[in-house]
Design a protein around this ligand. Structure first.
Ligand code: PMP
Length: 443
């Protein structure tokens, strides 16, 4: 398998770099929060795949829901007025649970095309409003909004930009709220004020009548699990309303229990104009994403443009098997999974906090089952680990040997997003194996 993989299977270069010699690690099976590799080695999956297997692996009722739907009706298009019962029921169930008036749902295959879809819908909205010149988009440094060529321009990873002329000239960014390394210091209100001022400045700079929308994650995931100061999302949402621009909350990671509630926006007490989701929606058993759209946006597009003017759609949008899985996963969230995630999340945060004493640990942050440990060489000066030593890959490899899968970001940040079904023993194993890994890294 390793040879075949090397010869034929393309891995994203970024995450594979450094692993070529060793070859791919083939996962063979999984149950709950534990995965088994092809050699029989068992590991606790501290990252739920790629922050997505929220319900844990091998859940029989999810498997049954998928099988039942495959047997009954494996496919129905949403084109030319067709549909399927699970997709319609899912849209209604999600609309009922989404914050405020986010009553309209568009299904995608994942997060990147959910973000792409919002860009399209937002342009249709402004055209329908008679303001077609609003074609400028703003997002946040350290943000991640997918790797499609258009979405990658909202994403703030230079690695995703090289060679494509992206970000495009209509894609702009303001600095992150990154508390641990913020030029204005760690005071929450000072950080919020700086972000508000930065957005105002950016809108002025672009021209207030040109700006279409602002994108933010409730917690920046791929940027290193950067939790904003409490009230940041609310302040930014309100400023967007004042400036008359649309506000998109990208909940591809934070949605579906990752931070506690079904949507992180509920904890932030905001109702955005759009929410994008994916990952936990189906717990990754099958691919699916969902865009939530507010009543006023939907009505404007529908009234203003007419259906003929809205060109958008995917073959696998609202896939019945994905929808049947999402309906079952939604039931699991409400029948105990969210509660267990909250409990396990508190234990995880307490456990990781206890690592703060470790000489290598500069910062511990997170909310619910989404956390990070930032390693530093010098705690006082917050000196990052030298990139040349490739600390991320070394830590990932050591953690693997210790029976733990975590995400090791290039800047020395260790990311945690375990399945919400974790037992106390799973959580304790994640913390203890991290401690062992950090000790070995120090040696
Ligand atoms: N938005 C956010 C906030 C994400 O974290 C991700 C993926 N990590 C995406 C969008 C893109 O999702 P996908 O990989 O499913 O295309």
């Amino acid at each position: 398998l390793i040879e075949l993989d090397r010869a034929h299977l393309i891995h994203p270069v970024a995450s594979y770099r450094g692993h070529e010699k060793l070859g791919v690690r083939v996962l063979a099976s999984a149950k709950g929060a534990t995965v088994t590799d092809a050699s029989g080695k068992q590991l606790v999956d501290g990252f739920a795949g790629l922050w997505c297997v929220n319900a844990g692996y091998g859940h029989e009722t999810i498997i049954e829901a998928a099988t039942r739907q495959m047997r009954e009706l494996p496919y129905a298009t949403t084109y030319f007025g067709l549909g399927s019962e699970p997709a319609i029921r899912l849209a209604a169930a999600l609309a009922e649970r989404a914050p405020g008036d986010l009553n309209h749902v568009y299904f995608t295959l994942g997060g990147s095309d959910a973000v792409d879809s919002t860009i399209r819908f937002i342009r249709y909205y402004w055209i329908a409003r008679g303001e077609p010149q609003r074609d400028q988009f703003i997002s946040v440094e350290q943000g991640y909004h997918g790797s499609s060529t258009v979405g990658a321009g909202l994403t703030a990873l230079p690695l995703f930009h090289a060679g494509f002329g992206i970000p495009f000239d209509w894609q702009h960014k303001i600095p992150s709220h990154y508390i641990y390394r913020n030029p204005v210091g760690e005071d929450p209100q000072a950080i919020i004020n700086a972000s508000l001022a930065a957005l105002r400045r950016k809108v002025e700079e672009i021209g207030p009548e040109r700006v279409a929308a602002f994108y933010a994650e409730p917690i920046q995931g791929s940027g290193g699990v950067l939790v904003p100061p409490k009230g940041w999302m609310k302040a930014m949402r309100e400023l967007c309303r004042e400036l008359g621009i649309l506000f998109v909350a990208d909940e591809v990671i934070t949605g579906f229990g990752r931070t506690g509630p079904l949507f992180a926006c509920q904890d932030d007490e905001i109702v955005p104009d759009f929410i994008t989701t994916a990952k936990g929606l189906t717990s990754a058993y099958v691919p699916m994403g969902a865009v939530f759209m507010a009543d006023h946006v939907y009505q404007t597009i529908a009234d203003g443009a007419g259906a003929a003017a809205v060109g958008h759609g995917y073959t696998y949008s609202a896939h019945p098997v994905s929808a049947a899985v999402a309906l079952e996963v939604l039931k699991l969230y409400e029948e105990g999974l969210l509660d267990n995630g909250r409990k396990a999340g508190a234990r995880l945060m307490a456990g990781l906090e206890s690592l703060k004493e470790h000489p290598l640990v500069g910062d511990v942050r997170g909310r619910g089952m989404l956390a990070a440990v930032e390693m530093v060489v010098d705690k006082e000066k917050k000196t990052p680990l030298p990139a040349a030593a490739d600390p991320a890959r070394r830590v990932f490899d050591r953690a693997w040997e210790n029976g733990l899968i975590i995400r090791a970001f290039a800047n020395g940040v260790l990311g945690y997003a375990p399945p919400l079904c974790c037992t106390d023993a799973d959580v304790d194993a994640i913390v203890e194996r991290t401690r062992r890994t950090l000790d070995q890294t120090l040696e």
